[in-house]
Ligand binder design. Structure first.
Ligand code: PMP
Length: 416
């Protein structure tokens, strides 16, 4: 029996997309048990923006373990945690004029989403939340309630929450000359409409799992203005698009907006579990012990995260991200021009890109062809109609060129 089949036989009932055993990884290259290498365009779904095993991060973790630092401190104060907080405050928040309080909420992004939803309701003493079509916020019941893709839903889950889904920034009602924000304002401003004003609106500035759908700056500004005017909390889920993915540390910087609550996870711990909620100080209304969890104090993630934030001490990293992103855009658009029947759109920003195909199953085929040739690339979108580029931001030029060459060869093979 093949090693992969042996390991998998007791696991679950469906086939993995990448059927091999990975044994090693450095920056954007992965090795499997046969010694074959793969360029990683998936980047741990956005949790590996700083690459696999960055030498400085690795050294910091090893040193912390060697000096017997506390590994899990829950909510207790540790030097690892305070160093991380200081770094986040001084390098990221203060220079951007953001006076957020920081809440450590658990290991996964979903924990941050659940926290944000509870907090918005508690603070506003209203239960309605608005989310958007094609949004992805997680798989637990609360986060699922604000997740748009019907594939993840089943009536029997009994998703309990009072959530309204509105169209994302791709919708315009030409008869009434309204986009989804106009529609919300229209109803919420009219008490006789019977529409309850929500406690909060949760949005991704670019929908990652939903298929790289980019909200325009105007739409985001308009959303923020409506939230201000109608006393609604604006929650930006920056779990996938934050940590530099778009070129700025936070994805909402592009629109010049200031959310009331921000969810951050994935690369904030450089691939080690950490999720945080950032909130305007007056929103922090928890009583002690009211919203807790065991894994809020993962010191290895704090040590690694603090080291990673050093990349933001100046604007070099941001410039690097934009330069590499420009190369991805240029190559992807050149590839798309070769396959007009198979590729409908190429879209992205910074280092998040997607190639959309109108041909059913085409992107899944690209992913499989890529795997054969040494590329890890996943699909996105409600019907897997997009192939997604989410490589580590630290990917080397050589890795990037190699990955893009394999992507082109894989698209050529899939189209044949
Ligand atoms: N929000 C967004 C925008 C995400 O992309 C994800 C994960 N893909 C989540 C929330 C959930 O995070 P996690 O899987 O770490 O719970």
């Amino acid at each position: 029996m093949d090693l992969f089949e042996k390991y998998e036989s007791n696991v679950r009932g469906y086939i993995r997309s990448f059927p091999t055993i990975f044994v090693k990884a450095q920056n954007a290259t992965m090795w499997d048990h046969t010694g074959k290498t793969y360029i990683d365009f998936f980047g741990g779904a956005g949790s590996l923006n700083y690459g696999h095993n960055d030498p400085a991060i690795k050294r910091a973790i090893i040193e912390y373990i060697e000096r017997d630092g506390v590994t899990n401190a829950l909510d207790k104060a540790t030097d690892a945690k305070y160093h991380f907080i200081e770094k986040l405050q001084n390098t990221i928040l203060k220079p951007r004029g953001l006076d957020y309080k920081i809440q450590f909420v658990g290991p996964t992004g979903t924990n941050a989403v659940e926290t944000a939803l509870k907090l918005a309701r508690k603070v506003k003493q209203r239960s309605k939340i608005v989310a958007f079509t094609n949004a992805y916020h997680g798989h637990t019941l609360g986060a699922l309630a604000v997740t748009g893709n019907e594939f993840y839903h089943d009536d029997y889950y009994g998703v309990p929450l009072n959530v309204t889904k509105m169209p994302f920034d791709n919708y315009f009602d030409s008869e009434n000359q309204m986009d989804s924000i106009d529609m919300m304002r229209h109803y919420y401003e009219d008490a006789s409409s019977g529409y309850e004003v929500p406690a909060g609106i949760i949005v991704e500035t670019i929908q990652g799992e939903g298929g790289i759908n980019i909200a325009s700056v105007e739409w985001l500004k308009k959303l923020e203005k409506m939230c201000r005017d109608l006393d609604i909390l604006l929650i930006v889920d920056d779990i996938q698009m934050g940590n530099g993915r778009t070129g700025n540390f936070f994805s909402f910087e592009r629109a010049g907006i200031k959310p009331d609550i921000v969810t951050v996870s994935k690369s904030i711990g450089t691939g080690l579990p950490m999720a945080i909620v950032l909130m305007r100080p007056e929103i922090d209304q928890w009583s002690p012990g009211e919203h807790t969890g065991t894994f809020r104090g993962n010191s290895l993630a704090f040590v690694a995260g603090a080291k990673a934030l050093e990349r933001w001490d100046n604007d070099t990293f941001s410039k690097e991200i934009l330069a590499k992103g420009a190369k991805v855009e240029q190559r992807m658009k050149a590839i798309a021009a070769r396959f007009p029947q198979h590729i409908g759109d190429v879209r992205g920003l910074g280092m998040i890109w997607g190639i959309e195909s109108p041909v059913e199953g085409f992107c899944g085929q690209i992913s499989r062809e890529g795997f054969e040739r040494g590329l890890i690339a996943e699909t996105a979108g409600a019907t897997d109609q997009v192939i997604k580029f989410l490589a580590p931001l630290t990917i080397s030029e050589a890795e990037l060129d190699k990955g893009l060459d394999i992507l082109e060869a894989s698209i050529t093979a899939a189209a044949a």
